[in-house]
Write a protein that binds this ligand. Structure first.
Ligand SMILES: NC(=O)c1ccc[n+]([C@@H]2O[C@H](COP(=O)([O-])OP(=O)(O)OC[C@H]3O[C@@H](n4cnc5c(N)ncnc54)[C@H](OP(=O)(O)O)[C@@H]3O)[C@@H](O)[C@H]2O)c1
Length: 334
C-alpha cells in the first residue's frame, strides 16, 4: 500500500510502498478515504516528541470503510463507514491516562496510508451529516477540545471563555463547542485575518497576541474570563492569569509557543484560580464528543485538502502556521 513515511528526524515525508498485513483478533482494517494532520505530526517530524519511532507511518486522524476484520472482530462491521478514535489504551481511570496509553500514528502505524489497522473498540460509525473530509478532521482535535471544555473546565452556558491561537485545529473546535454550549466566546490569534474569520463563526471579539496591549483590550472588551483554553503556553501564559476572572479555570493542552516565564502565584491563589492540564481524552470522552457534535450538527472548519502525494506540503503549511482549521489529506477520496 502507499503510505506517508517519515524515515528520520527532520527529513521530508516520502510516499512509499509499505507492506499491509491482515487484521488479527479484534482488529479491523479500513480502506482510508481521508486523513487529517495535527501539530503532533509536525513535532514528531522535528524530533520534538517523546518516544519517536523510526520509519513510522504518521497520522492520527482517519475515516474510511472497514474492508477486513480479524477472527474475533464483529463481522457486521464489514462495509461500514467509520472514523477512528486515536486515543488508545486510556486505562481504567477517567481522570487520567494509564502507563500503556498511546496515540495512533507513532509508535503504531497511523492514518496517512491506504490501509489502517486498529482494534475494533476504536471504530465509530461516521456521523451521517458529515462529509468524508469533515469526518477525518474531527477525531483528535475534537476529542482534545471536548475534554478540555467539558470534562476538565466544566464550561457552563453564559460563561465567558477565551480560546487562544484560534487558527489551530483544537482551538477552532473549542470555539464551535463553546458556542454550541451557550458560552460567550472570545479568541486570540497572531493574524488579523484569522480573528475576522473567528468573529464570522460567532466569536464575540478577537485580540491579536502579537500586540503588547492585547490584555488591556481584552479586559475592556470582555471584563475577564471564566474559562481560558490555551494550547500555546510560552511567555504569554502569565498574562492569561491577568485576564482570568476570580474562580476561573485555565485549561492547558499544548505548548506551541514554548516554555512559560514566571507566573504570579499571588494572583493564582488570591483569585482562587485553577490551572488544569488535559490530554486528548478517554473512550467515554470520545463517544460523548461524537454525540455532542451530532446533536449540534457541528461541522469541522477545513483549511485545505491535499492529495496523499502532497503530504509534505501539508506538513510545511502546518509548521508555518498558515492554516485556519484542519488540513486534510485525501488518501483514496470519495
Ligand atoms: N495535549 C493534547 O492532547 C494535545 C492534543 C492536540 C494538540 N496538542 C498540542 O496543542 C498545540 C496545538 O495543536 P493543533 O494540532 O491544534 O495545532 P495547529 O493546528 O498547528 O495550531 C497551532 C496554533 O497555535 C497558535 N499559536 C502559535 N503561537 C501562539 C502564541 N504565541 N500564542 C497563542 N497561540 C499561538 C497559532 O494560532 P494563530 O495562527 O491563530 O496565531 C496556531 O494556529 C500543539 O502544540 C499540539 O502539540 C496537544
Amino acid at each position: 500500500m502507499r503510505a506517508a513515511v517519515l524515515s528520520g528526524t527532520g527529513l521530508p515525508i516520502e510516499i512509499e510502498e509499505v507492506e499491509c498485513r491482515q487484521p488479527s483478533g479484534t482488529e479491523v482494517r479500513l480502506r482510508v478515504r481521508y486523513a487529517a494532520l495535527n501539530h503532533r505530526d509536525v513535532w514528531i517530524q522535528e524530533g520534538q516528541y517523546p518516544g519517536n519511532a523510526t520509519g513510522p507511518v504518521l497520522g492520527s486522524d482517519a475515516c474510511g470503510i472497514v474492508e477486513a476484520v480479524g477472527d474475533s472482530a464483529e463481522s457486521n462491521l464489514l462495509g461500514k463507514e467509520v472514523l477512528v478514535n486515536p486515543s488508545h489504551s486510556w486505562g481504567e481511570d477517567e481522570r487520567y491516562q494509564g502507563a500503556q496509553y498511546k496515540v495512533l500514528g507513532n509508535p503504531d502505524a497511523g492514518a496517512l496510508a491506504e490501509y489502517l489497522i486498529v482494534p475494533q473498540e476504536y471504530i465509530f460509525l461516521k456521523p451521517r451529516y458529515l462529509e468524508w473530509q469533515e469526518a477525518a478532521a474531527l477525531p483528535l482535535a475534537g476529542l482534545t477540545a471536548f475534554r478540555a471544555l467539558f470534562s476538565r473546565a466544566q464550561l457552563r452556558a453564559g460563561e465567558k471563555i477565551l480560546i487562544t491561537g484560534i487558527g489551530g485545529g483544537v482551538a477552532l473546535f473549542a470555539l464551535q463547542f463553546a458556542l454550541a454550549a451557550g458560552a460567550q466566546a472570545f479568541v486570540t490569534s497572531g493574524s488579523e485575518e484569522k480573528l475576522q474569520k473567528a468573529v464570522a463563526l460567532g466569536a464575540r471579539a478577537g485580540f491579536n497576541y502579537r500586540r503588547q496591549d492585547w490584555v488591556r483590550e481584552a479586559q475592556s472588551e470582555a471584563g475577564g474570563f471564566d474559562v481560558i483554553v490555551d494550547g500555546a503556553a510560552g511567555p504569554d501564559f502569565a498574562r492569561l492569569i491577568e485576564v482570568a476572572n476570580p474562580g476561573g479555570r485555565i485549561v492547558i493542552y499544548g505548548q506551541t509557543a514554548g516554555p512559560t516565564g514566571s507566573l504570579s502565584m499571588a494572583r493564582l491563589f488570591w483569585r482562587q484560580l485553577s490551572v488544569l492540564g488535559t490530554t486528548m481524552g478517554s473512550t467515554g470522552d470520545f463517544a460523548a464528543m461524537l454525540a455532542f457534535c451530532e446533536a449540534n450538527e457541528i461541522r469541522p472548519v477545513l483549511d485545505k485538502t491535499l492529495p496523499l502525494e502532497q503530504t509534505e506540503t501539508a506538513f510545511r503549511r502546518m509548521a508555518a502556521g498558515r492554516q485556519f482549521g484542519k488540513i486534510v489529506v485525501e488518501v483514496s477520496g470519495d
